[in-house]
Design a protein around this ligand. Sequence first.
Ligand code: UTP
Length: 290
Amino acid sequence: MPRPIKKAVFPVAGLGTRFLPATKAMPKEMLTVVDRPVIQLAVDEARDAGIEHFVFVTGRNKSVIEDHFDKQYELEDTLRARGKSEALAELEKDLPGAGQTSFTRQQEPKGLGHAVWCARDIVGDEPFALLLPDMVMHARPGCLKQMMDVYNQRGGNGIAVEEVPWEHVHRYGVVGAKDWKDNAFTIDGMVEKPPRDKAPSNLIISGRYILQPEIFGEIEKQKPGAGGEIQITDAMIRLMAAQDFWGVKYKGTTYDCGDKVGFLSANVALALERPDIGPDFRAALKKILS
Ligand code: UTP
């Protein structure tokens, strides 16, 4: 049985430049899909997959994320006094338990690989999950749960992938796939932003990973790559020489909420599904589109 995964890392120190001016003073991870911040959706997904400790790699202007995962006594007292027990229960359900969160700072946004490396002492010598919160992976069961099911069989390192049109592969990290078993496969190559004719497949690296702690040593060896940033893909490519990597073509839909169209699409799709507001929203949307 592979070592259990109890910790998840959430890198939230990026500047969110694609979403300015909204992200000038507010973290992009607090943007909401309907009424839930995207960081809450990622934490929900991790908790449903069995994660017990949530590690946030934050930066300046991000302290509101820490507050979001804390108690708000004044608000709770007011809800209690007004008899709003449903809203109160909802807030309590979302809150991680005492001691289940850790926050560390990246100080400078030097790339995703560097953000992950900043969590090394909190993660320690254990495999861990990595979730990019701006990628909303809408799935039931959740994407990380689907990955955990494969991890429990295979161990090693895992990446959630999704298919994109071939003409878009040059924008992403792409994996080569062999030995498919249902929707899981062995990764036999990984390349960052390949031209279409050099891409091993049209399966791109999405926003969920399961990684062994040796990844930290590989990140450490790295020189800054594209845009002066330390990327995670380069470290994974090196770790692949020593350890197994598998992929899961997860069942669900990804919305890149760091991108305006992705963010708006997530809001529309998830609002339409909601039993409380879906019918009214559908009618409103019809009117807008007519
Ligand atoms: P992105 O590249 O989507 O985030 O990183 P960004 O850099 O904030 O966005 P743009 O391109 O400027 O609009 C994916 C995740 O990794 C985090 C981000 O906060 C986001 O959740 N990240 C990125 C870090 O924590 N540190 C970094 O140096 C870079």
